[in-house]
Design a protein around this ligand. Sequence first.
Ligand SMILES: [Zn+2]
Length: 299
Amino acid sequence: MPWFKRVEKGIHTPTEEKKETPDGLWYKCPSCKAVTSMAEHRKNLNTCVKCNHHDRIGSKEYFSILFDDNTFVELDENMTSGDPLNFVDSQPYPQRTAATQRKTGLKDAVRTAYGKMNGQDVTIACMDFAYIGGSMGSVVGEKIARAIDHARKARTPFLMISKSGGARMMEAGFSLMQMAKTSAKLALLAEEKLPYVSLLTDPTTGGVTASYAMLGDFNIAEPGALIGFAGPRVIKETIGKDLPKGFQSAEFVLEHGFLDFIVDRKELKQRLTDLFGMLRPATPAEDATPKAAKPAKAS
Ligand SMILES: [Zn+2]
């Protein structure tokens, strides 16, 4: 009897008896290919335990990272876009909107909310790339504008988390108007001396970079995020030259003076808390406190 010889050829386990690993149990880093369990990857806030590659996450994850106990009040939850141009590409725009809403469970490409971050009040607007490439249409602009209005009314700092392919072509000119609208609202916020921090995540491009994403009192980014206006292919074709290595990465953009710093997602909440604490305007009560009289100089 040959002990180490396979007598029967092939595999005979019937399909229903095969043991499958459940989907989504393991995570393979797209950058360094290291494999970790999904649970550990999530615990590490969706950054690679080995090479610190920052995975794209959405508003749901950012809100849970930043708001204390994941407790917040969402603003304009049910705002959805119309179809002002009767736009049709591979399918009519309303059909695409309905399908995307079903698929992602999101109403549009941004969610806005207020709550506490390490005990301090804050208003946050966070984009979702899963919704038509995080494109900026009327709803995105309007929700951001209203979130800024909320920050002004409640006198909280404002945090914008951008993640976008740019303006939404299905709303054409209406999308472009959002750049002016959000910028004007941010000017009002600045007039009231309320801090605005813009966090650029992978990717932040087009009209979003050209408006609110670059208007922060501090413009900060996640490591390795793609940040730019036009895509590298368009630029290469325009200038007819090869682009430098790492072009449009957060690190490149920082080196060229367009960012204040790069922040690891695991340190994000604390860094933001420190920053807002530092930028917090003096309350009227603090302003009114008379300065301690200088001790008289002994003569
Ligand atoms: Zn990795």
